[in-house]
Design a protein around this ligand. Structure first.
Ligand code: PXP
Length: 240
């Protein structure tokens, strides 16, 4: 069965809305782990718009399941990964203006840099995955660079508008899985996966790790709302 890494960036986004200390993504990570998450994923962005250096350090010390650090290939980020030593890094493209990661990493264009980073990570015992579109050339470049895994971008599947488009995107993911596995890569998947659309992707054999954030954090907010309001009402009633 595939493993679930919960991406908790949005917890930090809420904290940063007030630049205060709650909700703490480290506390959230503990809750995810107690609920059975197999891993915790965070994206340390260069602009530190949500997850910050303190979070990454504390998560490394706290998380007992897999700690997957998403980051771009910029040198300061690579140095942070060498220092923190997460279990895995997932290399993503990063554009400062984007709302979330857009498109996949261009591993063909940056193959040399990817190879250098992978060697450095392997020296520290860190697995390397690349976030890519399910494209043959990108998968080949990832394998040639010596990476351990690919995370196939499921955004196009998530955005598919009708059954025909959905089937086309699922077939691309299946083909990507085949090419990646033939090249000796472990296959992950993520982006845009929700409670409504996870079913068909979860059925694709060989996809062994999902990274899911937005939908889980959204569900957590709604599921927790009733108790949160009840708790505040009680305090107002008792005045304690
Ligand atoms: N995988 C990667 C590489 C991502 O950048 C993201 C978004 O941060 C996700 C998975 C999770 O996407 P979502 O929040 O849409 O579940």
């Amino acid at each position: 069965m595939a493993l679930l890494n919960v991406n908790i960036d949005h917890v930090a986004t809420i904290r940063q809305a007030r630049k205060t200390d709650e909700p703490d993504p480290v506390w959230a990570a503990v809750q995810c782990e107690l609920a059975g998450a197999n891993g915790i994923t965070v994206h340390l962005r260069q602009d530190r718009r949500h997850i910050n250096d303190r979070d990454v350090q504390l998560l490394k010390e706290t998380v007992a399941c897999k700690f997957n650090l998403e980051m771009c290939m910029a040198e300061p980020m690579v140095k942070i990964a060498e220092k923190i030593r997460p279990d895995q890094i997932t290399l993503v493209p990063e554009n400062r203006a984007e709302l979330t990661t857009e498109g996949g990493l261009d591993c063909v264009k940056f193959q040399k840099r990817l190879e250098q980073i992978t060697k450095r990570m392997h020296k520290k015992g860190i697995l390397v995955s690349t976030f890519i579109l399910p494209d043959e050339k990108q998968i080949a470049a990832t394998a040639e660079a010596g990476c351990d895994a690919v995370e196939l971008h499921t955004g196009q599947y998530a955005n598919a508008k009708n059954d025909k488009q959905i089937e086309k995107r699922l077939n691309e993911l299946r083909d990507g899985r085949d090419i990646a596995m033939a090249a000796g890569l472990i296959v992950h998947a993520g982006h845009g996966l929700t409670y409504r659309n996870i079913g068909p992707v979860a059925k694709i054999e060989g996809l062994c790790e999902f990274n899911i954030g937005h939908s889980i954090i959204s569900r957590a907010i709604l599921d927790g709302m009733r108790k949160a309001v009840e708790d505040m009402r009680k305090l107002i009633e008792t005045g304690i």
